[in-house]
Design a protein. Structure first.
Length: 152
């Protein structure tokens, strides 16, 4: 199992040497405007532009968006709908199978480019996921260094 390094800091300012990939979860209905994407959009316009330009959002898809020298953002489609559209009693919008598929792609991209993964605790906020499950998926799938950033 891969080790995950937890640090205090901002995932939009990843630390360290080499290529850095910042994966995060997007929904499959074209909604962008809450959670970590706000921080991304404040810093870079391209991840949102690429996401909004899509016409079809397939669960498990990933778009790798170059944002600056040595940094890519990975828009992972791993959330079905948005929480505000869910009726009481429905399950959280995260789809772990889609996240698993997307993380395989992120890891492969990182391996091929000698990169590392730098991210917030994605999927455990608005997507409604259980961070323990997400962390387990990360540990099982990733073979590159992983750093998770916590603001506080």
């Amino acid at each position: 199992m891969n080790k995950i390094n937890y640090v205090k800091g901002d995932a939009t300012s990843p630390q360290g040497e080499g290529l850095k990939i910042i994966p995060h979860i997007c929904n499959n209905v074209g909604g962008w405007g809450a959670g970590f994407v706000l921080a991304l959009s404040r810093k870079w316009s391209e991840p949102e532009k690429i996401y909004r330009a899509k016409k079809l959002y397939n669960l498990g898809d990933v778009d790798f968006v170059y944002v600056e020298e040595g940094i890519f953002v990975a828009n992972m489609i791993a959330q079905n709908d948005v929480i505000s559209n869910l009726r009481t009693g429905q399950k959280a919008p995260i789809r772990y199978y889609a996240l698993t598929e997307a993380l395989y792609k992120v890891n492969e991209f990182a391996e091929e480019n000698n990169g590392s993964i730098h991210a917030p605790m994605f999927g455990s906020g608005l997507a409604g996921g259980d961070w323990n499950k997400i962390e387990d998926i990360l540990r099982r799938i990733t073979t590159v260094p992983v750093t998770i950033y916590k603001l506080t």
